[in-house]
Design a binder for this molecule. Structure first.
Ligand SMILES: [Zn+2]
Length: 145
């Protein structure tokens, strides 16, 4: 194994950090491009008019609406500026959009700074979201969602 002096080690370390940052930026760009493609797809081909979108396996198997049922249609309506229609399709999805945008902003800031990995949310946030989704799933099948 080669031994490096402090200057060579610093240069190699800087070079590795730069490669990591570039790799992370490429992943972020690929994700952003995928999201833009998804947005274009939802705007150009609304799910309520085109049948190529995947169907919910829970709804197909049980006839019950899961917390995510109608989420794709809600996003499509929201992207086309039809807020009330979006809420009618899936209010939970509409409510999650601002949180998702905040998370995306935090991730973008992380990538910009060159910090590796994902922004981690506290376990309580996930538990809270799970409880809200569960209540929403029950309510909408009882006619309240
Ligand atoms: Zn579903």
């Amino acid at each position: 194994m080669e031994r490096f002096g402090p200057t060579e080690a610093l240069i190699l370390s800087h070079s590795a950090a730069k490669r990591t940052r570039h790799a992370q930026a490429r992943k972020a760009l690929a994700l952003a491009a995928s999201l833009m493609l998804g947005v274009a797809l939802l705007v150009r081909f609304p799910p309520e008019h085109y049948g190529f979108y995947p169907r919910c396996p829970i709804f197909e198997a049980t006839g019950l609406l899961c917390p995510g049922c109608g989420g794709t249609r809600a996003l499509s309506a929201l992207l086309r500026g039809h807020f009330l229609e979006a809420v009618r399709w899936n209010a939970l999805t509409v409510g999650m959009v601002p949180l998702a945008l905040l998370y995306a902003g935090a991730m973008a800031r992380r990538v910009w700074r060159g910090d590796p990995g994902w922004v981690r949310l506290p376990a309580g946030v996930w538990v809270g979201l799970g409880i809200i989704a569960g209540i929403f799933g029950v309510m909408r099948n009882l006619g309240g969602g």
